[in-house]
Structure formats: C-alpha cells, structure tokens
Write a protein that binds this ligand. Sequence first.
Ligand SMILES: [Zn+2]
Length: 221
Amino acid sequence: MIPGPTYVFQCPQCHNLLTRESLVSGNTFHSTGYSDGKLIAPMLPDFPNLTKCKKCNHLFWLSKLEEIGTFNYGEKDKLEWQNADEAEFLSIDDYFRALDSGFIIGKGEEGFVRQQIWWAFNDRTRAEGIIFTDNNDESLYIHNCLDFIELLDPENENEKMLIAEVYRNMGNFGRCLELIEDIRDDELSGIVVNLRSECGKKNRWVIPLEKVVQPTYDGDD
Ligand SMILES: [Zn+2]
C-alpha cells in the first residue's frame, strides 16, 4: 500500500480546516466481502467524500470543494495542516440529516446515502453487535431499505441481486428467493447459492462471501 498526499479543505461555513488522506496504490490482500456488497480491505482503505465539519456540524461533499493545499506526512512547514481535523464518515443520524436537509441531489447521491445507511446498520452485525437498539432503529432501517430498492434497477442482474439481499435483510425471504431464481449471470451463481441457503435457515443478516456483488453507488461521482 502506497499512501498519497493528504488533501486539506476548509469548511464552507466556518472555515475550519479538515484533511483527507489519499492512496497511490493498494490491494485487496486480507479483504472480506459481504452479501450487501461492502468490501472491507485493510490495504485498500476508503476515504470519506460526504462528511461534516467537526466544529460547526455543517455537512458537505469534499468532491465539491476545491482543496486549499496538500502535504506529505512529516513536512515541518505544514504543521497547522497536519493538526487539522481528519474528515470522517458520517454516523447514521448524520446520513438521515443529510437526506432531510435537501442538499442531496438526484438518484446518484440519494442512492449513495441510502446505501451508506444500509451498510452502517449492517456494520453493527459485522462487528457482532446488536443491529437495532430500539424499535425506532428497525423502522428507520426498513424504511431506508424500501427507499433504496426504488433506486435500484431490477433489469440489471447485479442490482437485482442487491435488491434480493435488501429483501432478505428485511426478513422477506420469499421475495429474496423469487428474485434470485431469475438471475442467470454465471458470475453471480455462487452468491445465489449462498443467499438461497441463508433464506432456508431464515437468517436475514449480512454474511461474508467469497465473492461480492459490485455496489452501484460509489459516491465518487
Ligand atoms: Zn464548519
């Protein structure tokens, strides 16, 4: 893994500095893929695009800001930048705040945010924790799943596979099985076998897989 320069940005509201690291190259050694399309690759870290200012809570896309500069680790004349806040991924509450705030534009951005919410809840299962802490959590999860399905294209086999997985995560095993029975793409046949087996066991939660479905929304648009 070869790190690239760190980019420095300014919050558009309060001008607080924040940084985002970059990568020249990485690899998928020791990575784990999951049935919801998320790939966790320690040697290929992901950096946030949608983030918030830690000082004033303002939400923004880093890709829509012009960086004010870059530095490489250890440059002594850039200490103020090196001490700036590091941009972080949003919490589930902040993703919902982003959807409610009206600054998420179009299907691409909404799909990205809803996918992040789905993954962030599933991360609790990946960490072997409890996915829902109260009834409201489950209701938010289900509503987000239903809205996310509307943003996926069932004519595309890859996206159809994701829709099937969303239904399984909602506990709708019948709909998941119906959808995967129609999938003809040989590349996806291993995942079909896995999901069919989990539906048989009435397991609705995300599972690690040998091969993952490519997620549709990467958030870098
Ligand atoms: Zn700010």
